[in-house]
Ligand binder design. Structure first.
Ligand SMILES: *Cc1c(COP(=O)(O)O)cnc(C)c1O
Length: 347
């Protein structure tokens, strides 16, 4: 209990599992280099802790989305680390990239022409079919020193989707126009499409943090996150007792209910219709998720007072929590709340 202080929940981040996930991805993709995507505060887990742990594991390339994320990382990552900003520079931000030794990914022709005046190397991103970021494959380019060329897959989590092979063909043609330059196509799920997708550098994010890169198949990654909520109150109620806002759910038997101090303001999504767990025992969520609390049916568990129940944990991983909320593991992680006590283990 001392770990949690007075917080309503304890978020434990296992940095040893994170490092093991990095090693697995690197072994799967070698001889390609393995970068780490640590945008959105390291998918909610704490970019500084995550990036430092991965740097100790030998990772040298770090991708974030925004300049301010990169500047924060630059303060803690020693110089050999390369930090790339996926969104590239907004107009006028170019000198800040130079000042903090941050490399942009250039996506649009306007970004390219502004950066060309700086004369420093950058990554170039091409759009090969996702229609989000990147130059059109046929775009005419101003001369510019380059770190590499990249693109991003739209359907990598669906191996049979024909877009994967189409994007691969297009990207091969693009990479061939830049002989000798590193090329990068695969994020977490793309890595598991096979060696043809690996090129010179892979860019996993979610898989590092334990999200299954192959939905529907056995998850090869180790769990990194455990979220335990604190029980604040329990009560015994008869059958037919209605619970929570709107009184949308009632007990169907004499029950013991527990109120836990985690709600949608903590990123515990209001759409969550799932369960918590106590040492393998399912504790169904009863009624609506409130801003600061949920109510669990704990009739089948013998909870001690002040128990910490698992909302994400050994019996219920990030992907299961996502399924229960009708979303994906990415959103569960990036929604994780700022009110949790955070504990980093395995450093
Ligand atoms: C977010 C992102 C990644 C990482 O994706 P995951 O699916 O989390 O591995 C890689 N590349 C780009 C361009 C991204 O935007």
């Amino acid at each position: 209990m001392s770990d949690i202080g007075h917080a309503g929940a304890l978020l434990t981040v296992d940095l040893a599992a994170l490092r093991a996930n990095y090693r697995l991805l690197r072994e799967t993709t070698g001889p390609a280099a393995c970068a780490a995507v640590v945008k959105a505060d390291g998918y909610g887990l704490g970019a500084v802790y995550v990036a430092q742990a991965l740097q100790r594991e030998g990772c040298q390339d770090f991708f974030v989305a925004h300049l301010q994320e990169a500047v924060a990382l630059r303060a803690v990552l020693s110089q050999p680390a390369r930090i790339m900003v996926l969104h590239g520079p907004t107009p006028g931000a170019e000198p800040d990239f130079v000042a903090h030794a941050i490399t942009p990914v250039l996506n649009a022709p306007e970004q390219l022409s502004r950066w060309a005046e700086i004369g420093r190397p950058a990554w170039l991103q091409f759009d090969t079919g996702m229609t989000r970021f990147g130059l059109d494959p046929g775009e005419v380019l101003s001369a510019l020193p380059l770190c590499g060329v990249m693109s991003h897959l739209a359907c990598a989590d669906t191996p049979a989707h024909p877009a994967n092979a189409m994007q691969l063909r297009l990207f091969r043609d693009i990479a061939a126009r830049f002989p000798g330059l590193p090329a990068s196509l695969a994020a977490s799920s793309g890595i598991f499409l096979g060696a043809a997708w690996h090129f010179d550098l892979v860019r996993p994010g979610a898989a590092l943090y334990g999200v299954n890169p192959q939905p529907g198949q056995l998850n090869p990654m180790q769990p990194v996150v455990r979220l335990q909520g604190r029980v604040m109150q329990t009560r015994a109620v008869p059958a037919g007792t209605a619970i929570g806002y709107g009184l949308t759910r009632s007990t169907t038997r004499a029950s013991r209910l527990a109120t836990v101090a985690v709600g949608y303001a903590d990123g515990f999504l209001r759409s969550s219709a799932g369960t918590a767990f106590w040492h393998g025992v399912r504790l169904p969520i009863m009624g609506r998720v409130s801003m600061d609390s949920i109510v669990l049916d704990v009739t089948d568990a013998s909870l001690p007072p002040d128990a910490l129940v698992d909302l994400i944990g050994p019996d219920h991983d990030v992907d299961a929590a996502a399924d229960a909320a009708g979303t994906i593991g990415y959103e569960i992680l990036t929604s994780l709340g700022s009110r949790y006590a955070r504990h980093y283990i395995g450093a």
